[in-house]
Design a protein around this ligand. Structure first.
Ligand code: ADP
Length: 477
């Protein structure tokens, strides 16, 4: 049995801003189910949704600050969660990274710097917990200083650093080096320095014993200038210690056989029942209720990464076809306005809901025929996996985790029984439109469409599979 300290700035269901929280809520549970001794460590934000008992463990002194460590449990699991309690940094409303107005907290370097220091104290068993991990598994820039600081210790645990999104690097002005008391031995170009700035993510990329990212394709892509944001050289140099492990999904929460949010549960054996869910979506969005019209959907953050510009460019031409489109999301105001204008122009075919709505996300996944993910880049992506589980055919761009989890529908893949979606390569509206047309043609042959749905629904996206790969990695280290 291994002892693992899992370090993350967000963990579902305690706190979530994105996919990172989903992974960091599910993976530790799956690892615990493989009989490993795993503890999570997380800052104690005001917004944490704690349902289990909280217990005071100890006070640790670092950088002339007294920091409390509390303990609770991850709901529905045996996983212990250590909470780093330092109210003047973390006890504020708003989310982990930005205030209520969406502005980054001005002291983010200090906040996550302190979080990393405490994780190091726990990792070195200096927090009076009588527990020393064999492995410290860090996630994204907020935890990047942990491998760096541990590299200066005598006989530290092995470290793994997982990149969930290279676009966020935790870059701060050089003055932070002094404010955070960063040891001089870490401050150089082959260390934490990045063009005269302090880079948290480099702490993970340079000093971790092994780097993972959330899909094999993304692991290759980040070694190129297009996806590496200036760190591609470093990543290519560490190529021998870099790999991709695809995320799983929560198979209980996203299960068409038991989903409490949807009008009609169904399986791949009674797919006709899925129709009622289509009606539910059409009614919810006040679109004409018609079984025959192909229903497209998109759920997600409305940002450039997700290829929303390609979609906006396609929509007018899509309106000449026999289809409907619904969207749930929020993000850049410019995209929100463009989409609202299109919905107004084509009320019979386009409907959008701005905001975040978990229940509606389930209804849309279950009720639509086709799910769009034209992302520019996608480290792993979750929605394309949810879609397949619900027999909703994803149209994805061939990038990152999308390329690794969706099999394009071709005569060969149909014959092999693996075809589960439509994949296009070029990041252009034309290429997306081409894929949409292919979907319309395939839908007109019900037996083929059904085959694709059954293939999609029978894929294994369980966390157990991913957890086994992480465990093998821990063993190797
Ligand atoms: P990312 O982490 O880049 O945002 P992912 O596809 O990995 O993208 O994960 C996004 C998660 O957030 C999914 O669980 C998705 O269903 C959910 N989500 C995103 N936007 C919304 C929304 N507006 N309403 C409900 N769920 C959403």
């Amino acid at each position: 049995m291994k002892k693992i300290l899992f370090v993350s700035s967000e963990v579902h269901p305690l706190i979530k801003t994105g996919g990172l929280a989903d992974v960091c809520g599910s993976l530790p549970k799956a690892i615990a189910e493989l009989s490993q001794d795993i503890k999570l460590i997380l800052p104690r934000y005001q917004a944490l949704k704690i349902t289990e008992e909280i217990r005071f463990l100890c006070t640790v002194r670092v950088d002339n600050r007294n920091v409390n460590i509390l303990e609770t449990r991850l709901p529905d699991s045996q996983v212990t969660v250590l909470l780093v309690d330092y109210p003047s940094y973390f006890n504020f409303p708003g989310n982990p990274y930005v205030d209520e107005l969406g502005e980054p907290w001005p002291n983010n370097a200090e906040r996550f710097g302190l979080f990393c220091r405490i994780a190091v104290e726990v990792a070195m068993d200096r927090a009076h917990l009588d527990w020393q991990p064999d492995i410290v598994h860090c996630n994204d820039w907020q935890t990047g200083l942990v491998p760096a600081l541990l590299s200066l210790e005598y006989e530290p645990p092995k470290t793994v650093f997982t990149i969930h999104n290279m676009a966020y690097q935790g870059l701060f002005p050089k003055t932070a080096v002094y404010d955070l008391n960063i040891p001089g031995r870490l401050w150089h170009i082959a260390g934490l320095e990045f063009f005269d700035m302090l880079s948290f993510i480099k702490g993970g990329l340079v000093y971790a014993d092994f780097i993972t990212t959330v899909s094999p394709s993304y692991a290759l892509e980040i070694q190129t200038a297009e996806f590496g944001y200036g760190l591609e050289g470093l990543l290519a140099a560490r190529n021998a210690s870099l790999g991709g492990i695809i995320n799983g999904i929560d198979n209980e929460h996203w299960n068409p056989e038991t989903d409490p949010y949807i009008a009609q549960t169904f399986t791949s054996k009674n797919l006709t029942k899925k129709r009622l869910n289509k009606t539910q979506v059409q009614e919810y969005f006040a679109l004409p209720v018609n079984e025959k019209i192909l229903l497209f959907s998109l759920i997600g953050r409305l940002v450039e990464q997700k290829g929303i510009d390609l979609l906006v460019e396609c929509l007018p031409e899509m309106m000449t076809m026999n289809l409907q489109f619904v969207l749930l999301g929020s993000g850049d105001k410019a995209y929100e306005k463009q989409l609202q204008a299109l919905a107004k122009q084509y009320p019979e075919q386009i409907a959008i809901k701005l905001g975040y709505d978990e229940a509606l996300a389930h209804v849309i996944e279950a009720g639509s025929d086709v799910f769009l993910m034209p992302s520019k880049f996608e480290p792993c992506g979750l929605n394309q996996m949810y879609s397949q589980r619900y027999g909703t055919i994803p149209i994805v761009r061939k990038t990152g985790g999308l390329a690794d989890t969706v099999t394009d529908t071709l005569p060969e893949t149909l014959a092999l029984g693996t075809a589960s979606g439509l994949v296009f390569t070029e990041a252009s509206a034309g290429a997306l439109l081409e894929a949409i047309k292919r979907a319309l043609i395939l839908y007109s042959v019900p037996s083929t469409w059904k085959k694709m749905q059954v293939n999609a629904m029978s894929k294994d996206f369980s966390w157990q599979r991913s957890a086994e790969q992480y465990l093998a990695l821990y063993d190797n280290l």
